[in-house]
Design a protein around this ligand. Structure first.
Ligand code: ZN
Length: 220
């Protein structure tokens, strides 16, 4: 299965597929629900391009590795190289907004964290970054007041809005670019609001960004 970035209408985005940079604990209430400190600088980690898959397809989750948690997150698509960027450069380089799930093997992550070991087994596995089609950034005016929501089987499971982010989108992307050069086709997952929990086979998901992007899938 080959992943390709798409616009919300299903047409391909004319960009390569790159890395995924994720921010952990970007919503204070989510940091607290997992017993973590609220950070003073963004907690950054990465997923490789092989983690990406489309939310338009049924969602395949790993078996026999303990709980697979959903983390619903606003996703931004980078369209120009960014290194040591200003907030203004970051704003100009973002070409699309979407919604995604930062799938997490929570039991594996807890074990690795307890051992002081890296998280990749829990966060960067194949298919760990399902994403929606992208909305053209030019059509998104209020980036810091967008609902980020996940319904599971018609009940709200996660709800937050981007105004609650500890590190808002443009400063966050600028900060990332001071450590990892962002390239056209890279994605940034901007963190999850509270309410993370396990997915089960058969769960029906509705994933929303603001009032203009809803995508539905089922866990298989
Ligand atoms: Zn996350």
């Amino acid at each position: 299965m080959t992943y390709q970035h798409k616009w919300i209408d299903g047409s391909p985005v004319d960009l390569p597929v790159g890395k995924v940079v994720c921010v952990g604990r970007n919503y204070a209430e989510h940091a607290r629900e997992l017993g973590n400190e609220v950070p003073t600088e963004p907690v950054l980690f990465m997923k490789p391009a092989t983690a990406l898959c489309s939310l338009d397809a049924p969602l395949v989750i790993p078996r026999n590795q303990g709980a697979v948690h959903h983390e619903v997150e606003m996703v931004v698509l980078i369209g120009a190289p960014l290194r040591d960027a200003s907030e203004e450069d970051a704003k100009k380089a973002i070409v699309g907004y979407g919604i995604g799930l930062d799938l997490t093997l929570r039991d594996v992550q807890d074990r690795l964290k307890a051992g002081g070991l890296p998280w990749e087994r829990a966060k960067a596995f194949d298919g760990s970054a399902p994403v929606s089609g992208m909305i053209d950034a030019r059509g998104v005016s209020t980036r810091q007041n967008l609902d980020v929501m996940l319904d599971v089987n018609d009940a709200v499971r996660q709800y937050g809005h981007t105004g609650q982010m500890l590190f808002p989108t443009f400063p966050l992307v600028a900060e990332i670019s001071r450590h990892f050069t962002l390239m056209p086709g890279d994605l940034v997952f901007t963190g999850t609001p509270k309410g993370v929990g396990p997915l089960e086979v058969g769960d029906r998901l509705a994933i929303r960004l603001g009032n203009f992007l809803v995508t539905r899938t089922e866990v298989v």
